[in-house]
Design a protein around this ligand. Structure first.
Ligand SMILES: N[C@@H](CCC(=O)N[C@@H](CS)C(=O)NCC(=O)O)C(=O)O
Length: 208
């Protein structure tokens, strides 16, 4: 198997953390988004959306990080990362959709204004966008904060794909200036994710 990725991307990192947690061997192929390698013809044949990550397993090509994580879990007989019980599995999936549809989008505004714009020389952060992003972030961060009261993990008593997916965006909290003040439960929970061996081994600087 091969995974096309960009090391700093939360969407890549959660897939790599899943690979490491499941001890699945996979060749990592970096795609330099700053140089625009995702726009090259060969890459567009893999993912016409010109995005990472993409998994290639023989002749099967799969894009969308959360779908890749589900597929990887289906490669092992069973895993607490994606429990087989239908309600628990639906709960994990629910948080992954929530991340893609809401929390990740809120974080994405800050990532674009504070990380992508400077990296690509696209100008100063836009105050109106950041104001919209702040409202959107608080709307969903409050939901996450409330859910984490009295819980170690988002679903059940063990780490699941839900934690890796939702947590992945918090890695960039400082660099992207998310308005994190007061979100003590989120910070406690993300602190626990940071201690996971699969999270530590998937840090951008640790990848070979
Ligand atoms: N929903 C997608 C999002 C992937 C995504 O946003 N990838 C970004 C990097 S974090 C990308 O490749 N951007 C390059 C581009 O848009 O040209 C997933 O979860 O895989």
């Amino acid at each position: 198997m091969k995974l096309y990725h960009f090391p700093i991307s939360p969407n890549s990192r959660r897939v790599i953390a899943t690979l490491h947690h499941l001890a699945i061997a996979c060749e990592l192929k970096p795609v330099d988004l700053v140089k625009g390698e995702q726009l090259q013809d060969d890459y567009l044949k893999l993912n016409p959306n010109h995005m990472i990550p993409v998994l290639v397993d023989d002749d099967f090509v799969l894009w969308e990080s959360n779908a890749i994580m589900h597929y990887l879990c289906s490669k092992v007989p069973s895993t607490p990362l994606f429990p087989a019980d239908p309600k628990t599995r639906a709960d994990v999936t629910r948080w992954q959709f929530w991340q893609t549809g809401h929390f990740g989008r809120a974080c994405g505004i800050f990532i674009f204004e504070h990380i992508i714009k400077p990296a690509l020389n696209l100008g100063e952060p836009d105050a109106n966008e950041l104001a919209k992003g702040t409202d959107y972030f608080h709307r969903f961060a409050k939901v996450l904060e409330g859910h984490l009261q009295g819980r170690d993990w988002l679903v059940g008593d063990e780490t699941t794909l839900a934690d890796l997916s939702v947590g992945s965006f918090l890695d960039l909290a400082d660099m992207a200036h998310y308005p994190m003040a007061g979100y003590h439960e989120i910070q406690r929970w993300y602190g626990a994710i940071e201690q996971l061996p699969c999270w530590q081994s998937s840090r951008p600087g640790k990848l070979s």
